[in-house]
Design a protein around this ligand. Structure first.
Ligand code: A3P
Length: 345
């Protein structure tokens, strides 16, 4: 009998304890999301017809909670209508450069309460089959957002694909274009590393970087090698400039985004006419990963996937020197056109 009572008491204590821990966790999460929500309110009318201060904070919190569900695709049609959510065409696109840090940039910008990211690379403008499906197909690929928010997508192949500038221009000639670049030789090696990893996964063999980057007949840089061509930033940018003025581009320093992300993000906020909302609180250095990770609130943190930040194979220094010498004049032109100088060798 006594044993039975003790067991019952233990059970009650367990339930009460669980409830207390649950409530505490809930409160912690709420306070955390307040950190992220409070700064949303002073956004001025630039993002829509209604000033943000028209929406009471609690309602906004409630809405943002739901928004998470909408993003996961769990919302019903009625909920979407009730909350006035829309799938908007992007107002800004990260057009490249592959391996420049495009994913990190997108994820970090998504920390901003007025930004909603398209999680997948949509490849609408660079893929003829997708492009043939029309702009409504593209819009339907976008996440649900509030009208005052801006949608951003990233597809790094846009930067190097011939047809893309004209196609984007036809959609929106005043769209804002983000290009994130890294020191061209490092970017080329990163590009190679990604392909190499893909081959290894399929148990295939692959050439050494040196063999691909240097033409064995001439001993010169092999400009037919895609990883080299992609790093000639100025050549690609010149094609874009036939459609868009330079003011519509913002160049992000991908090397600095790795070591010191906040100032780079603040420059992007300015370019996008967003009030500064991303703070040092949202970014913390994770020593195990060796990279900055994202903090949405005191409960939700995330680092980028392991496929970002691979260890590069060692490359012959003479090949690196040759590549750097090769890229040098193109880099100078790139600085000249963009008005942003990098300390690339
Ligand atoms: P490496 O894998 O060569 O290190 P992309 O997203 O365009 O493919 O770019 C990948 C690169 O983003 C990675 O290249 C990595 O260096 C860089 N990067 C920048 N910030 C990062 C972050 N916070 N976490 C992980 N990778 C980051």
């Amino acid at each position: 009998m006594l044993f039975k009572q003790q067991a019952l008491l233990r059970q009650k204590l367990f339930v009460l304890g669980s409830l207390a821990i649950g409530s505490l966790l809930y409160l912690v999460a709420r306070v955390g999301s307040l950190d992220r929500l409070q700064p949303l309110c002073p956004i001025d009318g630039r993002f829509g017809p209604h000033g943000q201060d028209e929406i009471p904070l609690r309602a906004l919190q409630f809405k943002r909670g739901l928004l998470h569900e909408f993003r996961k695709g769990n919302a019903t049609k009625e909920q979407i209508q009730l909350h006035n959510l829309v799938q908007q065409l992007p107002k800004a696109i990260i057009i490249g450069v592959r391996k420049g840090g495009t994913r990190a940039l997108l994820e970090m910008l998504n920390l901003h309460p007025a930004v909603v990211k398209a999680s997948q690379e949509i490849h609408f403008f660079d893929n003829d089959e997708n492009y043939a499906k029309g702009i409504e197909w593209y819009r339907k690929k976008m996440p649900f957002s509030y009208p005052h928010q801006i949608t951003i997508e990233k597809s790094p192949a846009y930067f190097i694909t011939e047809e893309v500038p004209e196609r984007i221009y036809k959609m929106n000639s005043s769209i804002k274009l983000l290009i994130i670049v890294r020191e061209p030789t490092t970017r080329a090696i990163s590009d190679y590393t990604q392909v190499l990893e893909g081959k290894e996964r399929k148990n295939k063999t692959y050439y050494k970087f040196e063999k691909l980057a240097i033409d064995p007949n001439t001993c010169e840089v092999n400009t037919k090698y895609k990883a080299v061509r992609t790093s000639i930033y100025t050549k690609h940018l010149e094609r874009w400039l036939k459609y868009f003025p330079i003011e519509q581009f913002h160049i992000v320093d991908g090397d600095r985004l790795i070591t010191e992300p906040l100032p780079e993000l603040q420059l992007v906020e300015k370019f996008l006419n967003l009030p500064p909302r991303i703070s040092q609180y949202n970014l913390y250095f994770n020593a195990t990963r060796g990279f900055y990770c994202l903090r949405f609130n005191i409960v939700f943190n995330k680092c980028l996937a392991g496929s970002k930040g691979r260890i590069h194979p060692e490359v012959d220094t003479s090949v690196i020197t040759k590549l750097r010498k090769f890229f040098h004049p193109f880099n100078q032109k790139f600085y000249q056109i963009t008005g942003r100088t990098f300390n690339w060798p």
